[in-house]
Design a protein around this ligand. Sequence first.
Ligand SMILES: O=C(O)CCC(=O)C(=O)O
Ligand SMILES: [Fe+2]
Length: 313
Amino acid sequence: MGLESYPKLPVIDFSDENLKPGSSGWAPTCNDVRRALEEYGCFEAKFEKISPQVHGAAFAGAEELFDLPTEVKTKNTSNKPYFEYFGQYKSLPLYESLAIDHPTSFDSTASFTNLMWPAGNDRFRESAQSYSELVTELDRTVARMLFESYGVGYYYDYYSNNTNYLLRYFKYNEPTMEQSNEGLLPHADKTLFSILHQGKVSGLQVKVKDDQWVDIPPSPTSFIVMAGEALLAWSNDRIPSCYHQVILKEKGTRYSLGMFSFISGTVHILEELGYEAHPIKYKSFNHFDFLHYVKLNLGPNSNPCFIKDFAGV
Ligand SMILES: O=C(O)CCC(=O)C(=O)O
Ligand SMILES: [Fe+2]
């Protein structure tokens, strides 16, 4: 089969009960996380802690959410750049998405839910929060392992105390015969980490070595962990940002979920990540100032790597 010649992403299993700091399974996995991110900018995380119930409820919630009228969905606004409703674009007619800021908190999931369903929708609220608690646990495990592997494990406390998570729900309509199958154009996220989780319909592709696009098949227990531009700077160029896109080749409406991590405040560039042959190439920066910068400068001919312009030295 021709398909077998396509490269596959590294797979790292986070389901193992031994994956606790200090246990024998922890250290090799820290190095696997680092190696996968340095080589590919992403990897597939097996995370069987997500039960079929949590998975089913999260995707059922996505369907219910997108069934709401557009005038309700567009109430999802924010004063933070990229934290609001996206959709109704002439150039990307199949794409639509909504975002919940601080999705592990009861109050933020409740305020989002009440905005969408003024009469309430406990099932939706509960599913968003339970899903987010699990996926942010995966995010924190990945971050902690990576930091430890670079010998800067102390940065984890700052990371976990200052992350601003964003949960995004995505919907892509099936293209008609006349429409292009482009769901989302190639880009790198502006996050530290992004964790994508596809529903039943595939479409996500990531760019790997030799500029090849790799199809990512969906699975209820697989998450794609990707490095964003903030991690490129944080790692002093060791971890490439993962370029990805959505191409709709399968029948049916595509749903997916994304957990995005930002620092509310400064992303520190640590001296430990530089050395003589590899001097520090960035200055510490405010993550939300970076998002404002991208929003101001985004255009058809803009540099695809914004962090170098924004925080490069
Ligand atoms: O729908 C997806 O799976 C990808 C979404 C995405 O890449 C993004 O919003 O940054
Ligand atoms: Fe993305």
